[in-house]
Design a protein around this ligand. Sequence first.
Ligand code: ADP
Length: 244
Amino acid sequence: MITFKNIHKSFGANKVLQGINCTIPTGSVTVILGPSGSGKTTLLRSVNFLEKADQGEIILNDIHIDVAKASAAEIHKIRQHTAMVFQMYNLFKNKTALENIMEGLTVVRKLPKMEAKAQALQVLHKVGLADRADAYPHELSGGQQQRIGIARALALNPDVILFDEPTSALDPELVGEVLEVMKTVAREVNSTLVVVTHEINFAREVADNIIFMDKGVIVEQGPPAEILNNPKEERTKQFLSRYI
Ligand code: ADP
């Protein structure tokens, strides 16, 4: 379970998160929707302290952190339980697909190389790229690179996987293969998935829970049938009218 309690974050005078309160159940798929600039990515990145919120509490299972007082040890602990999939994949250019996946296992998880390799091959298989283990990022399409990004997160077997607009940097024809892999992950993996995306159809099909944000607050949240088909708030209706 991830709980946000009264999370605030400003960049200078820009109040990006203005009191976020919510709970994301263990093992669920939660999609965060909302207009550009509403604070979705900042909220996602605040979970693993890639962005440090100014105020509030973040609770991940038994780890309770008062963000204003977070120690390096607490941040390390929460990072041990999370993995992130980035918009721009962030793969090491001079490492193969397999080596990119092994990196976190050997460096962060301190696994012996042989064990890391076996696990990396397993997740490569899961994202349908076992035959590209030895390819370098520049030899792969954007969609394939993002599937490696997802495999790298999966390999860590984290409690929570944070997806930061995983398809928004891709050419439209490559989006489908990444969404397919994410659907497989949602079906087959026990991790809690939190996904910032504009892919409404993905949200409809896969999400257990949708959080709709605007201007740094959660406007409403609930199951897709409720939020997408029968939104209560005017801001949600307006946002959805652009997509549906
Ligand atoms: P969203 O993901 O909903 O598009 P973001 O969380 O990326 O929104 O951004 C919310 C606001 O915070 C935007 O106005 C953005 O310009 C600002 N912002 C995000 N990151 C930074 C940063 N590192 N420095 C300054 N401003 C930032």
